[in-house]
Design a protein around this ligand. Structure first.
Ligand SMILES: Nc1ncnc2c1ncn2[C@@H]1O[C@H](COP(=O)(O)OP(=O)(O)O)[C@@H](O)[C@H]1O
Ligand SMILES: Nc1ccn([C@@H]2O[C@H](COP(=O)(O)O)[C@@H](O)[C@H]2O)c(=O)n1
Length: 283
């Protein structure tokens, strides 16, 4: 299959999946990992459960934080206290590692590559994601772009139903990538990030079966070294609306959902299949 056809197919698949037709990933993963969920706490008035994890990956200035911000806004989460948020957003930038003195000197001369996976503390990122998926409260480091180091402060992320994670190489690390329920690629000039996304699509289509890809405007060459994708404004809006719909459906099942959806200006959401079994996850 041509890559452009793969992307088109992925987008069709993604619509189905975003509307709640086929994801059981994290729940299965959690059980595979043999995690004990008994210590899950009640948070924000709800029993904490494995959150739905949405990754937004793409090059610098490709609109990652804009997409996340819009989703948060549309769901009325921005105005809420951190402790009350049911949708939270974290950035891979928080997981840049502190540079050594010699690396800092190189950075000052503009000779340090912050777009390389080695610039990140991937172990910390993975540990935090695992804790988030286990329904735990986590501390996300605060990164200082001036000193190129982790500051003394951190941000508390409370258990939530939906977690957005955005970053240039957020899915470079295989361990991290496998946790995501939804991946939204954002295209720009960062060929490394874009190529990773394309590879991920291939993985989805040919190795692991359909998952979710959305927000990309399929435009790609067949040659592996010339793969490109871009994310248009129109696609961004479609992706945001679909995701907001999906999250709304997810949240609608919780006690204060009506109030939140009213606040967000979403009164009805297309139906999706009822959850079955005891997983507590509708997808
Ligand atoms: N779909 C879009 N169309 C046009 N401009 C956009 C779009 N999405 C984001 N922008 C603008 O592009 C710039 C970079 O977006 P941002 O979300 O900060 O990117 P990133 O988080 O990927 O670095 C911002 O000025 C933002 O307002
Ligand atoms: N100390 C640093 C750390 C990172 N960068 C650059 O920031 C970019 C990431 O920004 P996003 O808006 O895409 O999250 C990345 O491309 C790094 O090169 C930096 O300049 N200094």
């Amino acid at each position: 299959m041509l890559l452009s056809a793969v992307i088109r197919h992925s987008r069709a698949v993604s619509v189905c999946n975003i509307l709640g037709l086929g994801i059981t990933r994290n729940y299965n993963l959690k059980h595979k990992m043999g995690e004990n969920t008994a210590d899950n706490v009640k948070t924000n008035g709800f029993e904490s459960k494995t959150p739905f994890l949405i990754g937004v990956a793409g090059g610098t200035a490709s609109g990652k934080s804009t997409v996340c911000q819009k989703i948060m806004e549309k769901l009325g989460q921005q105005q809420k206290q951190q402790t009350d948020r049911r949708v939270v957003c974290i950035s891979q930038d928080s997981f840049y590692r502190s540079l050594t003195p010699s690396e800092r000197l190189r950075a000052e001369r503009g000779q340090f590559n912050f777009d390389h996976p080695d610039a990140f503390d991937d172990k910390k990122l993975l540990a935090v994601l695992k804790d988030i998926l286990a329904g735990k409260k986590v501390e996300v480091p605060e990164y200082n772009y001036i000193t190129n180091s982790i500051s003394d402060r951190s941000h508390t992320i409370y258990p939530a139903d939906v977690v957005l994670i955005e970053g240039i190489l957020v899915f470079y690390f295989p361990e991290t990538k496998k946790f995501a329920d939804v991946i939204i690629p954002r295209g720009a000039d960062n060929i490394v990030a874009i190529d990773l996304i394309v590879h991920h699509i291939w993985d989805i289509m040919y190795k692991k079966g359909p998952k979710i890809v959305n927000g990309c405007n399929g435009h790609a060459e067949d040659e592996p070294n010339e793969r490109r994708m871009s994310g248009s404004s129109e696609d961004t809006l479609i992706a945001i609306d679909l995701i907001v719909q999906h999250i709304s459906e997810y949240l609608k099942r919780s006690p204060d959902a009506k109030q939140m959806l009213d606040y967000a200006g979403i009164s009805s959401v297309p139906g999706s299949p009822q959850r079955t079994g005891k997983s507590g996850r509708p997808h």
